[in-house]
Design a binder for this molecule. Structure first.
Ligand code: NAD
Ligand code: UDP
Length: 311
């Protein structure tokens, strides 16, 4: 049956892949975005589809529509962008969650929240299971994002407990792939763009901090599987690739794959930058029968091909 699905942040990196997937499955998609970090370029290939409808709107403002499901992705995700207007970032997460939950409550439909591994902050427990409460600085430069997302999770849980709203929470770990904005500021896009232009590759700190990188197709599979679970499973559930790399290892792979002449340079580590990050995905394996399929090298090859085309 064709569903009418609202995707907030649908013109962004992840949102554009999600819109495409939902349309390919035969659904009608309403893509709400204010184009702060997203771009019409990411969705232009969907415009001819009569079942695709983009709407320019700020999710922190009330929004009325009739739909069957909501994926709430609207929020800048790169530190450079979410710190650019920190107050707007908090409003987007918190007011956006309230508006989408209000909609889900009125329509008695499911709402899925794109939460983040940032709720674990700079973690003391490694890898991070969903039961870990995290180590987050509430007053630092990353708090607008981390605490905004934590507050959104709290709101989702409270609307569920108090108003019986059907919710799903996924905690997404570092994701990369085509449609990332070349000026986005995140590490994978930065290193690839720098390597392709033979410019210096900027490692923040000593480069020994780790992240676990997930290719976007794996995330979309996990996200849609989560939405399809029955109403009793609400999460939160980690969606990420447990393969962990240092930033030095990432830079070396990208230099190798691009054949770049770039040199590595070191820049100061931004404050509160987490030292390590790796998802524990036992819950996703058990409840969603999901695990990532794409290894870093294979995902980087596809991502490099995308950036070669656009820069
Ligand atoms: P992105 O910046 O490419 O996409 C975010 C989209 O939301 C953009 O299209 C932007 O224009 C839109 N947006 C921002 N503020 C808005 C507002 N107030 N109203 C309407 N639209 C607004 O980032 P992304 O990587 O695609 O991230 C999508 C979601 O996934 C975000 O909620 C992010 O927190 C979450 N997430 C991403 C990652 C990752 O590694 N990419 C990791 C964890 C969580
Ligand atoms: N980073 C880096 N060089 C860059 C951009 C980022 O070394 O040009 C580092 C950053 O300090 C962090 C890691 O790469 O330790 C991942 O950064 P990103 O902004 O992609 O994601 P997040 O820190 O939110 O996980």
């Amino acid at each position: 049956m064709r569903k009418k699905i609202l995707v907030t942040g649908g013109a962004g990196f992840i949102g554009s892949h999600l819109c495409e997937r939902l349309l390919n499955e035969g659904n009608e998609v309403i893509c709400l975005d204010n184009y702060f970090t997203g771009s019409k370029k990411n969705i232009v290939h969907l415009m001819d589809n009569p079942y695709f409808e983009p709407i320019r709107h700020d999710v922190s403002q009330p929004f009325y529509i009739e739909v069957d499901e909501i994926y709430n992705l609207a929020c800048p995700a790169s530190p450079v962008h979410y710190q650019h207007d920190a107050i707007q970032t908090i409003k987007t997460s918190v007011m956006g969650a309230i508006n989408m939950l209000g909609l889900a409550k009125r329509l008695n439909i499911k709402a899925l929240q794109a939460s983040t591994s940032e709720v674990y902050g700079d973690p003391f427990i490694h890898p991070q299971p969903e039961s870990y409460w995290g180590n987050v600085n509430p007053i630092g430069i990353r708090s607008c994002y981390d605490e905004g997302k934590r507050c959104a999770e709290a709101l989702f849980m409270d609307y569920h407990r108090q108003n019986k709203v059907k919710i799903k929470i996924i905690r997404i770990f570092n994701t990369y792939g085509p449609n990332m904005n070349p000026g986005d500021g995140r590490v994978v896009s930065n290193f690839i763009v720098q390597a392709l232009k033979n410019e210096d590759i900027t490692i923040f700190g000593d480069g020994k901090q780790t992240r676990s990188f997930q290719y976007v197709d794996d995330l979309i599979e996990g996200m849609t599987k989560m939405m399809a679970t029955d109403d009793s499973f609400i999460g939160p559930v980690n969606i990420g690739n447990p393969n962990e790399f240092t930033m030095l290892e990432l830079a070396a792979q990208i230099i190798d794959l691009t054949g770049s002449k770039s040199k590595i340079v070191y820049r100061p580590l931004p404050s509160d930058d987490p030292k390590q990050r790796q998802p524990d995905i036992h819950l996703a394996k058990e409840k969603l029968n999901w695990e990532p399929q794409i290894k870093l090298r294979g995902g980087l090859v596809k991502t490099i091909a995308y950036f070669e085309k656009i820069i």
